[in-house]
Design a binder for this molecule. Sequence first.
Ligand SMILES: Cc1cc2nc3c(=O)[nH]c(=O)nc-3n(C[C@H](O)[C@H](O)[C@H](O)COP(=O)(O)OP(=O)(O)OC[C@H]3O[C@@H](n4cnc5c(N)ncnc54)[C@H](O)[C@@H]3O)c2cc1C
Length: 414
Amino acid sequence: MENRDILVSGGGIAGATLAYWLRRYGFRPTVVERAPAPRTGGHAVDIRGTARQVIERMGLVAEVRAARTSARGMAFVDATSRHVARMGLDTFGPSGGPVAEWTLLRTDLARVLYEAVREDVEYVFDNAVTEVDQDEDGVTVAFERGAPRRFDLLVGADGVRSAVRRLTFGPEDRYVRDLDSFIALFSLDWEADLDGWQLMYTVPGRQGRSGRTAALRPLADPGRALAGFFFRAPGLRFDRGDVLAQKREVASRFENSGWEVPGLLERIWDADDFYFDRVEQVHLDRWSTGRTVLVGDAAYCASPMSGIGTSLALVGAYVLAGELFRAGGDHRVAHAAYESGMREFAHRAQEFARTSGDGGLMPDSSVQMWLRNQSVRVLPHLPRRLVGRGLEKVADTVTLDDYAGPTPHHTHHP
Ligand SMILES: Cc1cc2nc3c(=O)[nH]c(=O)nc-3n(C[C@H](O)[C@H](O)[C@H](O)COP(=O)(O)OP(=O)(O)OC[C@H]3O[C@@H](n4cnc5c(N)ncnc54)[C@H](O)[C@@H]3O)c2cc1C
């Protein structure tokens, strides 16, 4: 097998999964992760469709299940927290609804994946790629810290703001597409029992101003919850480094809203895990150039609101590693097979996100909000064949190959 030494930039969902499978197939991956250590907190993600099989084939079902947030589904509430309309896990099946059966914090999933590879894969924390120089025989990579190193191949699994992508494909504005919305999130102590439901409180828009939604979802830790804020703001510019200004933006957008919003906003100022970003997609004509290839959000981010990004990252990493193995390490053959294997899934996921990604969270009027609630209300009463499988159908786009024959179960190490 050729091209055994592979640098993976980013030890998130795609990076750790890729490292696991590469190692299992006999490659020697090295992971460089910008964070100083595995992170905690953050947002929740879903594992859907064939991505569940990836977890099964890695023997990690028990670990994933143990880390799940308790989620029974999503409920739209009125100002008194009464459920006005809701979608339970049974509405679209275990992995098709807005909240999936396997929902857990991104950091918990990243930790489970990291635990599965840490003994067998070199992980370099607190460092990042700064320069990439590819030639016929390999890739020379320079780092923020330490001497340059030479690898056979380079993978950008470094998320939506991928450095590898910037260094090899050029500036972001060529392929990052703005969906005009924003998300803010932070975790907080929350004593009231949410009973497993993710609550969504929508303030409908009027007089040309679009609607907005505040949310609360339970976390695995009893007594803790995740607060969320969703709003549309085309063209809004913000400073990534100025967290206080971002908090002020959210506070002013949600000023004078009902429900629990005033209490949530009071606590925003102390939140140390506050997240704020524009909702974006990544569109590239090709995911590889020479000896470099992109996987996960770096290549095909569908938007944080799509509920499918994690499944894309898991399946994408599995397919890329498998194709490299099948091609005996020949990156030209493998990259092409990976692209053709994943294109349709990425396309369908992005289309789903673009056309229904805001999930009715920003209705322009009370009438629109009423219509949303009515359609959600009838869902459980319709025959399953009419409701469909929702996102699960998109998440099942790829049929996983068994690249190296049947995989042993109950193993935690590659
Ligand atoms: C607010 C929010 C909510 C979301 N909600 C959902 C959801 O409900 N359901 C769902 O399925 N998905 C959701 N997603 C999307 C999901 O988190 C991503 O699709 C998924 O994490 C993609 O995995 P990844 O490995 O490609 O990227 P990431 O998980 O982002 O991992 C990238 C890794 O690269 C590291 N990194 C970044 N830059 C560098 C660098 N220069 N050098 C080295 N390392 C670097 C990062 O620290 C990180 O560890 C959400 C995303 C966000 C932001």
